[in-house]
Each structure stands twice: as C-alpha cells, then as structure tokens.
Design a protein around this ligand. Sequence first.
Ligand SMILES: [Ca+2]
Ligand SMILES: [Ca+2]
Length: 101
Amino acid sequence: MKKTQQKIIFTIFATLLLNGCTALIPNSMIKAAHQDMDTNNDGYIDYNEYLKSGSKEDIAKEAKERGMTKKEYLKWDFNRADGNKDGKITAQELINMAKEE
Ligand SMILES: [Ca+2]
Ligand SMILES: [Ca+2]
C-alpha cells in the first residue's frame, strides 16, 4: 500500500475512533490498518510496532485530555486493544475493540 493511502486510512480510522463511531468502520478497513501497523508481518502488532503507528501530536493531545503522561497513555491504549493481555494485538482484537466502544 502506498504511504498516502495509509495516511488516508489512518486519518479516517482515527477520526471515527475519536468520534466514537467505530462500529461504522468496516472490518476490512480495520484489517488493512492492522496489516499496515504489523511492519514485520507476523500477524500481530507488538508494542514497538504500535509505538511507530501513532501521530505524535495526537498522542500528546489524547494523553493531556486524560491527565496522563504520553508513556502512560500509550501503555493504556495498547492494553485496551490487547484483549487477552499477551502483549500482541491481533486483527480480531482490534476489531473487538472497535465494536465495543
Ligand atoms: Ca508484528
Ligand atoms: Ca492479544
């Protein structure tokens, strides 16, 4: 996938997430986003891959809104997505998180 396409998908994804409209995101889009974040293509997003995925400005803003440090927020956000707490996020866990919110 081209960088610009990735950017568009993430922008849509982030906007829907922030607006609490995640139930409207098709699973195929979540899977595509998961695939993009899984940079070593092992089928999971680990914490390091997750750290590379977010925009620094958004993270700073989100952390501030929740009264957390950036580090605390990143850990919290990652754990939120990691349903079975094994330190890796599968596409299904990402879908589950999106549908629950
Ligand atoms: Ca991976
Ligand atoms: Ca997991």
